[in-house]
Ligand binder design. Structure first.
Ligand code: NAD
Ligand code: UFG
Length: 336
């Protein structure tokens, strides 16, 4: 039986597909390329030296997506497809609600129709909103501060309600912290459109000279050096977390929720220093005002994912910086 990966051409999806292929899983990718490039699929084949089925479609289109369910025997869905830029979601909230929520409802309808009982959903640490207590455990309070975050929160509730109504489903809600890094081959990595919003792609674009300097958003937070602290996780470790979740779902656990993070918080300046080391020179930066909506500190308590599904991260911050830089310098224009 096959694993259906929605959004499998994207950043986290492509790394996860490689993990799946390396474990000899049968993979079907569905992607519209709304935020990725067809070349990602060639790169996956090149790295894994294995093939998979691919359908180019918008998964909100139920009639089209039904064909995928008719033509394949699907064991589990790993649902990455979604729009993910916080700032854009504030400007285009309805597009975010439509794309992220309708796609999930369409998937659930087809899962019911074709009796597919297993789904792994890409949630986010954003569902914890503003937390006073770190590290954050899975039973912390939930809230969202922007439309993107609300789509993640609503989808979590939709999947929880689905499970309450029908206990034959197995559902994993994976709350990612801050994925960075790239495949060590340098063939795939994060490929943002335009000026990056997130810290690491911004730094690597400074390093290749596309951007003049890094803006460090505030150095007056209550952290060890005053800059914001986050839980950065190597995308290959994160991808591996999906294999752990797949194995967990094979034990019929019902609904499970896990943080995927390292449990270690690094500041913006810690990250910059790691990239300086990877690049071999000091990258220019300026301290500017805080970015509205940012919090001081956010990192995971990863204990539950370790205890219940054996998930633990292997890669260091230096690995993350080295692999991000390797990807960026080999692909200065991403996959264009
Ligand atoms: P990405 O944009 O690189 O990948 C998402 C993929 O989904 C893209 O290939 C895009 O083309 C596809 N897609 C989007 N809407 C689609 C639709 N309606 N039909 C078909 N394909 C569609 O993003 P990513 O960083 O790989 O993130 C994957 C998932 O993880 C997303 O749901 C995101 O919200 C979530 N997440 C990401 C982060 C992060 O920092 N990258 C953090 C927490 C959660
Ligand atoms: N930062 C800068 N300069 C930049 C970009 C970011 O100083 O140019 C700082 C931010 O202020 C923050 C840290 O770097 O302290 C990380 O910022 P990112 O934008 O990379 O990541 P966030 O933690 O803000 O958010 C990310 C995703 C969200 C997701 C969240 C938790 O963008 O979608 O992680 O998973 F919800």
């Amino acid at each position: 039986m096959a694993i259906l990966v929605t959004g499998g051409a994207g950043y986290i999806g492509s790394h996860t597909v490689i993990e799946l292929l390396e474990k000899n899983e049968e993979v079907i990718i569905v992607d519209s390329f709304i935020n990725s490039k067809p070349e990602a699929l060639n790169r996956i084949r090149q790295i894994a030296n294995k093939d998979f089925k691919f359908y180019q479609m918008d998964i909100c289109d139920k009639d089209n997506l039904r064909k995928v369910f008719e033509e394949n025997d699907i064991e589990c869905i790993i649902h990455f497809a979604g729009l993910k830029a916080v700032g854009e979601s504030v400007k285009l909230p309805i597009e975010y609600y439509k794309n992220n929520i309708i796609s999930t409802l369409v998937l659930i309808d087809l899962m019911k129709e074709f009796k597919v009982k297993n789904i792994i959903f890409s949630s986010s640490a954003t569902v914890y909103g503003v937390q006073e207590i770190v590290p954050i455990k899975e039973d912390a309070s939930l809230s969202a501060t922007n439309p993107y975050g609300r789509t993640k929160l609503f989808i979590e509730y939709i999947l929880k309600d689905l499970y309450v109504a029908d206990k034959s489903f197995n559902i994993a809600l994976l709350r990612y912290f801050n994925p960075i890094g790239a495949h060590p081959s340098g063939l795939i990595g994060e490929d943002p459109n335009g000026i990056p919003n997130n810290l690491c792609p911004y730094i690597t674009q400074v390093a290749i000279g596309k951007l003049p300097y890094l803006n460090v958003f505030g150095n007056d937070y209550n952290t060890h050096d005053g800059t914001g602290v986050r839980d950065y996780i190597h995308v290959c470790d994160l991808a591996h977390g999906h294999l752990c979740a797949l194995n967990k779902l094979r034990e019929n656990p019902g609904l499970v929720i896990y943080n995927l993070g390292t449990g270690v918080g690094y500041s913006v300046l810690d990250i910059l220093h790691a990239f300086n080391k990877a690049v071999g020179r000091d990258l220019p930066y300026k301290i500017v005002d805080r970015r509205p909506g940012d919090i001081a500190t956010c990192y995971a308590d990863p204990t539950k994912a370790y205890k219940e599904m054996g998930f633990k991260t292997e890669k260091t911050l230096d690995d993350m910086a080295r692999d991000s830089w390797n990807w960026q310098k080999n692909n200065p224009n991403g996959l264009n």
